[in-house]
Write a protein that binds this ligand. Structure first.
Ligand code: NI
Length: 147
């Protein structure tokens, strides 16, 4: 467990009450945990503004698997970026539609580039990318990744 520091904050009563209501709805056990999460979120977002920062991305795709060559196109993109593809999950939603979650690791710039190529393939109905990064965390390091 990392060493913790105790800090005192001055916050307007109304602001604090609104914060307490919100964290109660979300299920936080106490303010400290909620504030720690806010700080982590803020730091992560700031790091993701750097295109060279290392991050992990979840690319969520909904597509029609009947569209010719789409599945092969998605596979090719994953294989052509083998060092960055961590895993993928495929769910057959119904007769036509598939949901795929592709987890990639790399630099922010590369992650957006690969995700955009996946999302823009013909037959992809919905595509989203979610990036996370943790300072000094092993899971976001990619020493083998080319710049
Ligand atoms: Ni499927």
């Amino acid at each position: 467990m990392e060493k913790t520091e105790r800090v005192g904050l001055s916050i307007e009563r109304q602001l604090l009450e609104a914060f307490d209501r919100q964290i109660a709805v979300k299920g936080y056990a106490n303010r400290s945990e909620a504030i720690r999460d806010l700080i982590r979120q803020q730091l992560s977002e700031a790091r993701l503004e750097d295109p060279n920062a290392r991050a992990v991305a979840a690319v969520i795709l909904v597509y029609d698997h009947h569209v010719t060559r789409l599945s092969q196109g998605l596979l090719q993109l994953q294989h052509s970026h083998l060092l960055e593809t961590v895993s993928s999950l495929h769910v057959h939603l119904d007769h036509h539609h598939c949901l795929e979650v592709v987890v990639l690791r790399g630099r922010v710039r590369q992650l957006y580039k690969v995700a955009d190529r996946m999302i823009s393939l013909r037959g992809v109905f919905l595509g989203k990318i979610h990036l996370v990064t943790l300072e000094g965390h092993a899971s976001t390091q990619c020493p083998a990744s080319p710049v």
